[in-house]
Design a protein around this ligand. Structure first.
Ligand SMILES: Nc1nc2c(ncn2[C@@H]2O[C@H](COP(=O)(O)OP(=O)(O)OP(=O)(O)O)[C@@H](O)[C@H]2O)c(=O)[nH]1
Ligand SMILES: [Mg+2]
Length: 404
């Protein structure tokens, strides 16, 4: 049914679905009850003081994800969670929703890859010829030459030692891809990037124009605020006039304030300076800094970033600073070139891959890990506020190589 290595069955997924459905119904009833109580109170209030206006705000339901159908997407997502040790009652609708998006997003990457690979392999054991095919497919999915070489040579070695069936071949391939992605993550000593409590964490989002920095920052602000971190945004892209407005819309959606300087040609480092002052005063856990993808021609992007960093180091030497390179997956190998030039001069600590939805170049994530040596921290697969999650190499590889 799926090529996920889980001993849980479709019945297990059906059980998880029933449980989530029941939970959703209960929540809906609870919300309705609360709403009725609120309206009752307002009515009473109205009769007691007739001059008052009834303020009836609709219950904010934007936060809740609806449970979809019990279909292949659900089953696959539940299996992926089960294979990671999740119990039936630990599965959430949000997780299922995200995995469904991820799997759908990587569909294009998969189409020219796994489907063909499975067709070619069939149930027969791997041969040196099928490895040549695999090599071509990996390169076509933008996995990059270095990662492809690594994977193919380990498969070749395995083939020399034993007969490898089609299914075992896919399993081995997944393991090799995961190893490549996990290496920089392991090296960093941090599995999942979260703000450290009790300190000011400053995350700078950097990258060339249009890759999705501002959108990603908006999604991060939401994730952070929702996880109860005191969050603040610094609008340090002073190049684009509309950048501040764009950020304020995101800030409003997650109730996070935006520090900005509306004057023309404001200094980005000065905005960061103000934001740090404000962050200290308010005891902020996470300050998210949006930066420009390009500048007035006379300035240099890297110099500007260096200046921002200097201000942070000087004002809050004990802050935990992350410089996260935002990369647009749909740019494939081109994006990788940008990443390499940024990595050389901008002292990066991680990468965020965006626009994984609808691209056939999702394999570029492997090239980022292997060739730029950056731990991937988050991935984005859509323009919505919930379309960003912490990176999980297991889920990514499963979605990239899902057989349906
Ligand atoms: N499909 C899709 N679109 C995305 C994603 N992330 C961002 N975008 C879109 O990409 C476009 C550019 O996003 P921005 O966030 O403005 O990019 P930016 O890097 O801040 O751009 P500059 O500020 O001009 O450098 C927008 O239309 C976003 O909606 C994603 O994960 N999926
Ligand atoms: Mg922007």
């Amino acid at each position: 049914m799926t090529n996920i290595d889980s001993d849980k069955s479709r019945e297990w997924a059906a059980g998880a679905y029933a449980l989530l459905k029941k939970r959703q119904e209960e929540q809906k009833q609870e919300l309705q009850k609360q709403e009725e109580q609120k309206q009752e109170l307002q009515k009473q209030d109205f009769f007691n003081s007739p001059s008052k206006e009834i303020i009836s705000r609709p219950v904010d339901k934007t936060d809740e994800t609806e449970l979809g159908e019990f279909d292949d997407n659900f089953t696959w997502s539940a299996m992926v969670l089960a294979a990671q040790g999740k119990k039936i009652n630990q599965i959430s609708i949000d997780e299922i929703d995200w995995l469904t998006k991820l799997r759908r997003g990587l569909e294009e990457t998969r189409k020219g890859f796994v489907t063909e690979l499975l067709d070619k392999l069939g149930d027969d054991p791997l041969t040196p010829e099928s490895l040549d095919d695999l090599e071509t497919l990996l390169i076509r999915a933008d996995v990059g030459i270095d990662s492809t070489d690594k994977v193919i040579s380990s498969l070749r070695k395995k083939l020399n030692e034993e007969v490898v069936g089609g299914e075992a071949g896919i399993k081995f391939l997944k393991k090799q891809l995961k190893l490549i992605i996990d290496e920089p993550i392991k090296k960093s000593g941090t599995n999942i990037l979260v703000p450290q409590k009790g300190k000011l964490n400053v995350w700078l989002l950097v990258g060339v124009n249009g890759v999705g920095k501002t959108t990603t920052l908006g999604k991060l602000a939401y994730l952070s605020a929702r996880s109860n971190y005191k969050t603040l945004i610094a609008a340090a892209d002073t190049f684009r006039a509309a950048a501040v407005e764009q950020l304020k819309v995101w800030g409003d959606r997650s109730n996070v304030d935006v520090i900005s300087n509306q004057s023309k040609n404001a200094d980005p480092a000065a905005v960061v300076f103000d934001a740090i002052n404000s962050a200290k005063k308010r005891n902020i856990d996470l300050l998210l800094v949006d930066t420009a993808g390009r500048l007035q021609t006379k300035n240099n992007l890297m110099d500007e970033l260096a200046k921002i960093k200097k201000i942070i180091d000087k004002k809050v030497p004990d802050a935990i600073v992350e410089s996260l390179l935002v990369l647009d997956a749909s740019q494939g190998q081109n994006g990788l070139k940008q990443a390499k030039s940024f990595a050389k001069s901008a002292n990066l600590s991680g990468a965020i891959i965006t626009k994984l939805d609808g691209t056939s170049r999702g394999g570029v994530s492997l090239a980022v890990s292997e060739e730029v040596n950056l731990p991937i921290r988050f991935i984005g697969a859509g323009e919505g506020i919930k379309d960003l999650r912490p990176f999980n190499s297991y889920e990514f590889v499963e979605a990239m190589l899902a057989d349906q």
